[in-house]
Write a protein that binds this ligand. Structure first.
Ligand SMILES: NC(=O)c1ccc[n+]([C@@H]2O[C@H](COP(=O)([O-])OP(=O)(O)OC[C@H]3O[C@@H](n4cnc5c(N)ncnc54)[C@H](OP(=O)(O)O)[C@@H]3O)[C@@H](O)[C@H]2O)c1
Ligand SMILES: [Zn+2]
Length: 337
């Protein structure tokens, strides 16, 4: 089979031939059909995530078909369409898991493309507990990006405490952000998109934003306050400075939910104290949250806007994602059906 691996931190992507792997007990083999390229794949490419063993095949926005079952796997069958996202497995018995918070599993948190080989390949192995079922009306290319960009924004928004009609801003309109705008609009929030430059204004409006704030010409905090202040700012960009610049746009009691793995941000405690404002982080979700994301998207018409590249052009596809020019997700396809 074909795999695209990174041999060392900051190494190039290499297209290599490998044996098709056999699924161990509790895992399945997936014939990969599509794999989205997430900005977090840069952790693997650049070696900036602790403990990655190289060579490593990136990819945690996987959509495909179960091809073989390891011993003891129940509830899944060969031929079933499944996705795998950032949450790629857990122990089931640590304190976090026993609370149902598998994403923060302390003993065996697994991530495809980080702790085991991911979806930039014709086949991959995944633990059964990491699988989400893909509805019939989503194609593999549609489902892939929902497995990380989708679930992260959907799950953060549905747990944000915002209520229908509340002002909710999505900061950073890339892979995550363009899905965040759609989810926020479909959840009934008064949705604001914040990005750099005028180039994304029309698309953001098409995706459901009622207002577009160009952070290059407007102070985003002032612009949000002029709209009444945001109950929630979902921060998906990769710049801490951009987060800090928008923070003052929160309404009393408002929350900035950080999902973008940005550089540090400087915050004045006074911005938080007086108005009881808060900043929280949010990590994607469990496989059942991915499945909820897929179903909600199928139901409401939320779709990732994708630029599709064949697997062997992964290096070019990754550069396209990193350039910020993609509208809005880049997805690899294997040609496998
Ligand atoms: N919490 C989680 O579970 C989770 C899950 C997935 C991803 N992530 C992280 O989320 C971040 C976004 O990922 P992605 O795949 O959506 O990346 P992406 O497609 O590259 O999008 C990032 C966007 O941030 C925008 N941006 C950067 N600096 C900005 C600024 N100063 N002001 C406004 N926008 C700015 C970029 O805009 P331009 O186009 O103008 O450059 C770009 O569109 C990454 O840090 C990724 O690692 C976290
Ligand atoms: Zn991701």
């Amino acid at each position: 089979m074909r795999s695209v691996q990174v041999a060392r931190p900051k190494g190039d992507f290499e297209l290599v031939e490998r044996d098709v792997p056999e699924p161990a007990a509790g895992t399945v083999r997936i014939k990969v059909q599509a794999c989205g390229i997430c900005h977090s794949d840069s952790f693997t490419k650049e070696g900036t995530f602790p403990g990655i063993q190289y060579p490593r095949v990136p990819g945690h926005e996987v959509a495909g078909v179960i091809d073989a079952l390891g011993a003891g796997v129940r509830g899944w069958t060969a031929g079933q369409r499944v996705g795998v996202g950032w949450h790629g497995g857990h122990c089931g018995y640590c304190d976090s898991c026993r609370r149902g918070d598998f994403v923060t599993c302390r003993t065996a948190a697994q991530v495809p493309g980080i702790t085991y080989d991911g979806g930039y390949a014709d086949y991959m192995i995944a633990p059964a507990e990491a699988l989400a079922s893909i509805p019939d009306d989503l194609s593999a290319v549609e489902a892939g990006p929902l497995m990380c960009a989708g679930i992260t924004t959907f799950n953060a928004l549905r747990h944000s405490g915002a209520r229908p009609g509340d002002l909710v801003a999505i900061l950073g309109i890339g892979g995550l952000g363009h899905l965040g705008v759609q989810f926020a609009a479909k959840m009934g929030f008064h949705t604001v998109a914040i990005a750099r430059g005028a180039g994304k204004a029309a698309l953001a409006t098409q995706l459901g934003a009622r207002h577009y704030i160009d952070s290059e010409v407007q102070n985003p905090a002032d612009a949000l306050l002029a709209l009444g202040g945001a109950a929630v700012i979902l921060a998906t960009a990769t710049s801490g400075k951009a987060f800090a610049a928008a923070l003052g746009g929160l309404a009393i009691g408002g929350t900035m939910i950080i999902v973008g793995a940005a550089d540090p941000l400087e915050v004045s405690p006074l911005q938080l104290i007086g108005g009881r404002r808060s900043i929280v982080g949010w990590p994607s979700g469990r496989s059942i949250d991915s499945q909820d994301t897929l179903r909600f998207s199928a139901l409401t018409g939320v779709r990732s806007m994708n630029e599709v590249f064949p697997l062997e052009r992964a290096a070019e596809a990754y550069d396209r994602m990193m350039s910020g020019k993609a509208r809005f997700r880049v997805v690899l396809t294997t040609g496998g059906t």
